[in-house]
Every structure is written in structure tokens, then in C-alpha cells.
Design a protein around this ligand. Sequence first.
Ligand SMILES: Cc1cc2nc3c(=O)[nH]c(=O)nc-3n(C[C@H](O)[C@H](O)[C@H](O)COP(=O)(O)OP(=O)(O)OC[C@H]3O[C@@H](n4cnc5c(N)ncnc54)[C@H](O)[C@@H]3O)c2cc1C
Length: 395
Amino acid sequence: MTNQQLRKARTALVIGGGVAGPVVALALRKAGIDAQVFEAYRPGTGSKGGPLGLASNGLNALRVVDADAGLADAGIPTPRMTISSGTGKVLGTIGTDPALPERLTIPRGRLAELLQARAEAEGVPFTYGKRFEGAVDTGSSVIAQFDDHTTAEADVLIGCDGIRSAVRGLVDPTVKPRYTGLVGLGGYIDGPAGVGDTGGDFRMVFGRRAFFGYLSDGARTGWFANLPYRDLAAAGLPGTTFDTWMDRLRAAFKDDAGPALQILDHVTPDGFIPASPLEDLPHVPVWSKGRTVLVGDAAHATSPSSGQGASLAAESAIELARCLRDLPITDAFKAYESRRRARVERVIAEAARTNQSKAAGPVAARFRDALMPFFMSRFATPERTAWQYAYTIDW
Ligand SMILES: Cc1cc2nc3c(=O)[nH]c(=O)nc-3n(C[C@H](O)[C@H](O)[C@H](O)COP(=O)(O)OP(=O)(O)OC[C@H]3O[C@@H](n4cnc5c(N)ncnc54)[C@H](O)[C@@H]3O)c2cc1C
């Protein structure tokens, strides 16, 4: 190891302006390290996104850099989740511990926009419409190359470029996302969509054939569905039209209790987020190499069933910046990974188990519906879930 590698970082290139990117840049700035962010999309051209749940632990992490401020105005406070079966039987509820920040549901794309705006307001330079393509480690710096043939140079390169990370290709090109067996789709509808205000309750239904979730504050209704496709090719992505998806959704939920069909009647192509395979990365063996490190989905993508991907991305971003503040580069990357790996892999594994329940056949579904009330009453308590939701990073 050379002295150069052991030096503390003073500058950083951040690839990706989703969740981890703006948060790590803000936290690095707080740590006295200059960071600039490069995002492939131009503002306003990305997807608005379906409903995303920001959990108490994610809000706690965002609070370290004051990035939680203003999010509540764009979202729907969601202190409770109620889980039911396709017969209408309530299987359990999960409430936010009143001692913790109240869970929030917000459009995925809007969250990224607000975090970008917050980082820019703090003076973090963002360059949009620039796609990272590769990098060279010079021994004393790293030089990133972009699709417009420009380059940028800094002490470290931070890959916040999501589950299909190009930066991860420099660290370990063999890692590929794992398909969960579920396809996800959803969106937002203006107005109550026939269900009315759910009063801060995100309602989730383990239906007979598929999984449905919805919430409404009366002014807008967010919804999503997870449809099982053991063979992804059978889903026909991306060629399937909006009308065909609507037909498939109606067929999937036609025998379930709950307002899924009513909500689907209000869906228009406008607020519809097309179907995509739900994927995760259960174990990325190496998170850094030389001057390059991964954060958020690039390092530890959990499937949406955890409701934790964005929250874990924010946590990891803060933790990495804290380590880079206190330690030379190589040590900082090691400390960051050792503080984060067990926690994120536990969340990813739990979400994978939930995915199996969502894709259960009729027999397994009967067991699930019979046993879940017992397990939820025992394990979905504030004490049992504190490891996940009450987690805070001591900056
Ligand atoms: C359907 C769905 C529902 C979800 N629901 C939830 C939920 O309820 N709660 C929750 O916490 N999480 C949820 N998630 C997960 C959550 O969205 C992610 O975990 C989170 O966005 C990860 O943040 P990130 O910054 O690591 O990556 P991303 O948010 O994916 O951001 C990556 C950014 O990098 C950019 N980029 C990619 N490649 C390049 C490149 N080569 N050069 C430059 N820029 C690049 C992308 O344009 C993007 O802006 C859901 C995900 C999906 C798909």
C-alpha cells in the first residue's frame, strides 16, 4: 500500500443522482470533502415513479444532512401498514413507533428530485445528461470517462448508479441482479380513486394470485401490484401494452376482497409506471477496489418488498462519508463495508422471504394466511423491528 493510497480523500466524483448520490455528496460536503455528482438523465425526463415508502431509519439518516426537510409536503404520512388476505381477513398491522420519525410515502422520482435540489442548494455541483462509461486509476487519483468523451478527476470515485451499476463493473464485473420471480407495476391517480382517504394506512393485500398495495390521502392515490412470473419471458416485457397490463391486473385480482378492481378502473396511461422485473443483489462480494467504492443499490439492492432500498441507500451514503471524514481512503472503504454489510444483507434476505409469500401457490397461501397473524403479532412489534427502523448513525 502506498502513502498516496493512505491519504485522506479531499475530492470525490459521485456517479448517479438518485438517492445515494445526492445524500453522499451532501454528507461529504459536511465532512469537508468536495463532491460533484454526474447523472445520466436530464431533470424532468426520468420516470415520476410509483409510491416509495421512506422508513423511520431512512428519515433518520437523511436528517443528518437536513435532507428530510420538505419531503413530508411531497408525500403522504404513512404511520401504519395493514396487511390482509385475498378473503379480506386482516393478517396484521405494522405501526411506526411514535418515538421515531413517521414513515412517509412519496413518488420515487420526486424523492430523487427533492434530494438533488437540496444538494444543489447546498452548493454541490450536478451535471445532468452525462453517462459514466469507465475510469482509470492513475495511482494518485481516479479519472472518470463519460459518454460525451469528457473526463473528470478526483481522489475517489463513488458508484451510486443503481442496481445495474456501471461503476460496479470496475469493482466486480461478474455480479448480476437476481430476478425475484415477481414483476412490479403501479403509479399514482389524481383524487381518491373510489377508495377515499386511507388515513395514513398503506393497505397491502396478499391476493389469491398476486399482491396489491394502495394508499390515498383523498387528493391522490398511490398503488402497486406484484404479479408472479416464474419465467420472466412469459411477462413479455417490455412490449406489452397498457391495455394488456390492465387486463392482466383485472384477471389477477378479480376474486380478491378489497378495492383493487375499483382502483384499476381509475388508472390512466399517464400515471402508470410500466411493469419491470423486481430484482435484488443478495451479496456483492466486494464493495470497493482501489479508489472506487459502491453505495446504495449498486452495492446492496434489496427488492421493493422490504420497503427499505432508499432508506438503506441513505444510511450507507452517510456512513461512507463519515468513514472518509475520519480515515484514509483504503481504511475508510474497509470500515464502511464492515459497518454496513451485515445489516443490509439481513434486510435483503428478509425481503426475499416476503417475495416467496407473494408468489405462493394455493396451498402455501393457505398456510401463509393461517400463520401470518400469529407471526405478525409476535414479530411486527416496535421492539422486534427496532433493529431495522430505530437504526441511527452517530455522525
Ligand atoms: C418498483 C420499485 C418500488 C420500490 N419501492 C421502494 C420502497 O417502497 N421503499 C424503499 O425504500 N425503496 C423502494 N425501492 C427501491 C429504491 O428505489 C432503491 O433502493 C433506491 O432508489 C436506491 O437508490 P440509489 O441511489 O442507490 O439508486 P437509484 O435510485 O436507482 O439511482 C441511481 C441513479 O444513477 C443514475 N445512473 C445509472 N447509471 C448511470 C451512469 N452510467 N452514469 C450516470 N448516472 C447513472 C440513474 O439514472 C439514477 O438516477 C423500490 C424500487 C422499485 C424498482
